[in-house]
Design a protein around this ligand. Sequence first.
Ligand code: AR6
Length: 194
Amino acid sequence: MVNQATEVTINQAKLRIIQGDITRQGTDAIVNAANSSLMGGGGVDGAIHRAGGPAILDECKQIVARQGQLPTGKAVITTGGNLKAKYVIHTVGPIWHGGNKGEPELLASAYKESLKLAAENNLNSIAFPSISTGAYGYPVSQASKIAINAVITLLSHSTTSLREAVFVLFDSQTFAAYASALTDIGEERGLPLS
Ligand code: AR6
């Protein structure tokens, strides 16, 4: 029994949580909490485009020209530009409207579609921010449980190439919410925690 876990093992993969800035991560891909326009914005989206440079926006524009705006719950992949990460996976989380407008399913879908895309590209490691809990207003206590459950479920698929998923949480309250969710869900699912 651990007090507050920061890591859980799922078959050959590890899920970790850290507090920090996702633009500095050296994972194969980092995930962007974007909006449907894919044209950038504030929060983590703004930080990723600033740190990664114009090559990311160029590819986003090409994607929108080809397939239109990105629906909520879906994901696309671009270069990482100047980032340490080779790729950015852009997904769109739901805007919180009180919880009865399909928000839980759409948030889970944003994580699942991002992980599917990472596996299709044979990636080993991926970093996520706390999708939807900033400008989109999703309560972090609920969002953290959905996020961690979705990632554990996908990492437990034997066919995935992924060996490491990291949640990079910007502030201490968000980190604390994810630590509590990781501990509870790890214990519920009988997974080794540390
Ligand atoms: N590294 C890690 N996490 C970060 C960073 C960073 N550098 N910067 C902010 N966060 P938000 P959303 C955290 O608002 O709620 C944008 O304008 C932040 O503290 O970035 O999905 C898009 O264009 C919070 O915990 O994303 C969309 O229009 C978390 O990232 C809209 O905001 C998510 O906050 C998306 O809203």
